[in-house]
Design a protein around this ligand. Structure first.
Ligand SMILES: Cc1cc2nc3c(=O)[nH]c(=O)nc-3n(C[C@H](O)[C@H](O)[C@H](O)COP(=O)(O)OP(=O)(O)OC[C@H]3O[C@@H](n4cnc5c(N)ncnc54)[C@H](O)[C@@H]3O)c2cc1C
Length: 475
């Protein structure tokens, strides 16, 4: 099968489930003096934003837009700052296809490379994943506006939000929407984290976080120190060595490397799909456990990195301090002091709605985990406590009467949903269970908003359907 044939198959499959043949919008348009009001604005055109849009279309909610700050085709991490060779997710997991077989990555791959190539494929190459996302967006004709950044969400009257925009793709300074989905990705609930002692002791020219653009050409023949023991640290080590770095030293605080990947048991256990039925205590404990392990590197990445002569791992080696000397970075660990030409920081992210510029006007109303659940002191974790406490379907929960109106219609479908909603928008492993929950909640809310007029139309409906003339026997 070719890609053209697959495109036809997708159309056929969708027509079998009456999509988009009966795709008549049921949500009556809202009017506003400023102009058009979208029923749903989705911030972020990565896989979460795209699949949410497809899910909404299947619910016959079509007056929607997706806004992404990046040029088309480079949304999300995949071909910018993700530096692994393949995805970490097992290749066979269904995800954003939402149950349509011809929309799976597997179908897309087989259409181009054949069944045998699929059987031989170990994990999904990350640039191919981006290509698949581009195809998905195109074949489903999803309405993405690229190079549009949402700077601020402003709640206004009548349960509407004004989204303030910037960027080359923005056709206006703002748009209006009834519902807003923050499909803003892994850092979309906070920001990437670089420890203060690095930021304050070194000039920016000597270090970068893994999430930044790094000029690896410039690092050819250089000595690099990487802080962190998670998967990204090893992705960057391998990438640097494969592009010509002389030595890469990876520093890990733990005495042993993490060998267990809790994501794999989450995928098998029912915990992803039934997470919403856990109570707060169980959710807290489950995610504390997840954070304890985090994601180890894939064997493939580790083996690739280890194959380079210049690769070294230092266990039990937290950085005690860093300083600059003669244009280099000096790193002190409990065992030794090292001098590097450049440092790459792989210390993850912090989640906290107060760090998000687009939430500036509403973050004070957002309930956090610390407001609702007090973990016992021996397990209490500040990182978890700072996460927003969301409803089962990703809605922010207001912490006061005033916040009810401000937060109404806002959904956090990003990494910050991890504690409340489990593995959902944060990884492919959970997205197929999460999107339907989000979409149902949005559809329910829209329905409630316009219920009186829908009921009025229903009661007043008088279109004649039956036109037969029954013969009435003469008396
Ligand atoms: C290095 C790395 C490797 C990963 N590997 C895997 C993996 O193998 N498997 C897996 O399941 N997950 C992986 N992840 C997690 C990964 O981030 C998610 O699975 C995936 O990217 C989530 O998709 P998303 O659509 O939610 O977010 P993203 O793909 O990050 O997309 C969000 C989009 O929103 C845009 N955006 C954010 N804020 C705004 C704004 N204010 N205005 C306009 N646009 C905005 C962003 O620029 C981005 O394009 C990895 C993450 C990283 C960082």
């Amino acid at each position: 099968m070719s890609l053209e044939a697959l495109n036809e198959q997708v159309k056929k499959d969708l027509s079998y489930i009456a999509h988009p043949v009966f795709n008549v919008e049921w949500v009556k348009p809202a009017s506003h003096p400023e102009g058009h009001v979208y029923d749903v604005a989705i911030i972020g055109g990565g896989q979460s934003g795209l699949s949410t849009a497809f899910g909404l279309n299947r619910e016959r909610i079509t007056n929607i837009t997706i806004l992404d700050e990046n040029p088309a085709g480079i949304e999300g991490p995949w071909i910018t700052y993700a530096r692994m060779v393949t995805l970490r997710t097992p290749k066979h997991l269904p995800s954003i296809d939402l149950g349509i077989p011809s929309l799976t990555f597997q179908s897309w791959w087989i259409a181009q490379h054949g069944q045998e190539a699929w059987n031989q494929l170990d994990k999904i190459p990350r640039n191919e994943w981006m290509n698949y996302l581009n195809w998905y967006r195109e074949v489903l004709e999803l309405p993405v506006q690229n190079e549009v950044k949402v700077d601020l969400i402003e709640p206004i009257n009548d349960a509407l939000h004004r989204l303030h925009l910037s960027g080359n793709g923005a056709k206006s300074k703002s748009i209006l929407a009834r519902k807003v989905v923050l499909a803003t990705g892994i850092q979309g609930g906070g920001e990437w984290h670089v420890p203060d002692f690095i930021k304050s002791n070194l000039p920016k020219s000597l270090f970068a976080h893994t999430s930044e653009a790094i000029d690896f050409d410039d690092l050819k023949g250089k000595r690099i120190g990487i802080l962190g023991g998670g998967a990204s640290a090893f992705d960057n080590a391998n990438f640097a060595l494969s592009t010509g770095a002389k030595e890469v030293h990876t520093f890990i605080r733990r005495k042993e490397m993490v060998r267990v990947n809790p994501m794999r048991i989450l995928e098998q256990s029912g915990l992803i799909e039934r997470y919403h039925s856990l109570n707060d205590e169980e959710k807290y404990a489950a995610m504390l456990h997840f954070f304890k392990f985090n994601q180890p590197p894939t064997n493939d990445t580790f083996n690739r990195a280890s194959a380079w002569e210049g690769f070294q791992v230092h266990l039990d080696s937290p950085w005690l301090d860093v300083s600059e000397s003669e244009g280099c970075a000096v790193v002190r660990t409990p065992h030794e002091t090292f001098t590097f030409d450049y440092l790459i920081i792989s210390t993850g992210l912090v989640t906290d709605p107060s760090l998000r510029p687009e939430l500036k006007q509403v973050e004070q109303y957002i309930t956090r985990w610390r407001d609702v659940y007090k973990a016992s002191p021996d397990i209490s974790n500040e990182i978890i406590d700072a996460h927003p406490y969301l409803s089962k379907s990703f809605a922010f929960v207001p912490n006061c009467e005033e916040g009810k109106e401000a937060l109404y219609g806002l959904f956090a479908f990003n990494y910050s949903a991890l504690i409340s909603c489990g593995v959902s928008a944060s990884a492919l492993s959970g997205i197929r269970y999460a999107v339907p929950k989000l979409v149902t909640a949005i559809a329910d809310e829209l329905f409630q908003d316009i219920k009186p007029s829908i009921l009025k139309d229903y009661f007043e409906y008088d279109v004649i359907e039956f036109t037969g003339n029954p013969k009435i026997p003469a008396k």
